[in-house]
Ligand binder design. Structure first.
Ligand code: ATP
Ligand code: MG
Length: 341
């Protein structure tokens, strides 16, 4: 849905030059909820503002739904931007307009007649759960409700992309979860592609199916969240799973697995959507006559999916070990052999 290729952006700050984006390339699949994480100053806001050309890159290309944005005329760009909604950390609502007036605003700008604009805005307010609040002013709303207005306003023109710059950062945990759930269900219902900037891994876990790590204006890691879980040495995985001691690519606890005779394999085993990891291991251990020592592991919830990740040491006869690991794979687990002895 979005292709960013080798995008660069330098700011001139007096005498100083700041390289905010240093050759960013990423691909956002249609219908995905794509998280961009990184420390303060990494270039996240600059990048997301490039996706609708609020910021013009110095070099590189940005295609949204097949359209190369930089080549568009001003009128073409206005047209393209209608397909790209945006929400903000501080909501950016008009305080002098009612909730309904905020949501009709982009339609008015697009020349939609008043009655039709109000009808569509009311419908969108229903979708975000604010049907009852159309006539009140933003000051009378909670933070979570204000952000729902922001979402309704961003989506009333039926865009195919929603950009979110820290949209939950100003919210308490309960509202954060509610807004993330709303974004995910809108993404599914409307086929909406969401690009979401955050500095919180909890947001990635709750909402994103893809994630990129930005560092000093560069993408240093990128991919589907479920893939990262079994990628050795992945820093994103280390942060997603840090309660369990990193990615499993580190050293095994001293003395672990040194008792058994025969061959050994240390492997990361990921069970997607199943809480049945241990019974499965037991069954396969019996069938192939091998032992699995669990070195570390835990369960994580990623969106709707429960992900179990274990680092196991398998001990037994070499051919049987490999058969057992293959059997785990055939049972639907992702298996990655970390080392062999
Ligand atoms: N208008 C500007 N003029 C000069 N420098 C800028 C401007 N906007 C951003 N920068 C610089 O570009 C770099 C990237 O900034 P950006 O706002 O994209 O970071 P960020 O990842 O969004 O950070 P944060 O998490 O704090 O919002 C920073 O070094 C910042 O100081
Ligand atoms: Mg920012």
């Amino acid at each position: 849905m979005i292709d960013v290729v080798d995008v660069k952006k330098t700011y001139r700050d007096g005498q100083r030059e700041v390289m905010a984006l240093d050759g960013v390339t990423l691909h956002v699949p249609r219908g995905s909820v794509y998280g961009i994480v990184g420390e303060s100053g990494a270039g996240k806001s600059t990048l997301i503002r490039c996706l609708n050309l609020l910021e013009r890159p110095d070099a590189g290309s940005i295609r949204v739904d097949g359209v190369e944005l930089q080549t568009l005329s001003p009128a073409g760009l206005r047209q393209a931007r209608r397909k790209i909604g945006m929400i903000f950390q501080h909501f950016n609502l008009f305080s002098s307009r009612t909730v309904l007036g905020n949501v009709t605003f982009p339609l008015e700008c697009a020349g939609v007649p008043g009655q039709e604009a109000r009808r569509r805005a009311r419908e969108m307010l229903g979708v975000v759960g604010l049907g009852e609040k159309a006539e009140v002013y933003p000051a009378q709303l909670s933070g979570g409700q204000k952000q729902r207005v922001g979402i309704a306003r961003a989506l009333v023109g039926e865009p195919s992309v929603l950009l979110s710059d820290e949209a939950t950062s100003a919210l308490d945990p309960v509202n954060t979860v509610a807004i993330l759930d709303l974004l995910r269900s809108l993404s599914r219902q409307m086929g909406l592609t969401v690009v979401l900037i955050t500095h919180e891994m909890a947001v990635v876990k709750a909402a994103c199916d893809h994630v990129a790590l930005l560092e000093q204006g560069r993408v240093v890691e990128e991919g589907p969240v479920l893939d990262l879980a079994s990628r050795p040495g992945s820093r994103l995985a280390a942060q997603l799973f840090h309660r369990y001691g990193g990615t499993g690519a580190g050293a095994a606890p001293a003395g672990a697995g040194t008792l058994g005779l025969g061959a050994r394999r240390r492997a990361a085993v990921v069970f997607v959507g199943a809480a049945a990891g241990e019974p499965l291991l037991t069954r396969i251990a019996r069938r192939y006559d091998v032992d699995f020592n669990i070195l570390e592991g835990g369960m994580e919830r990623l969106g709707d999916t429960v992900l179990g990740r274990l680092v196991v040491e398998a001990v037994g006869e070499a051919p049987r070990l490999d058969q057992a690991l293959t059997a785990l794979q055939e049972a639907g687990c992702r298996v990655e052999v970390l080392d062999v002895a």
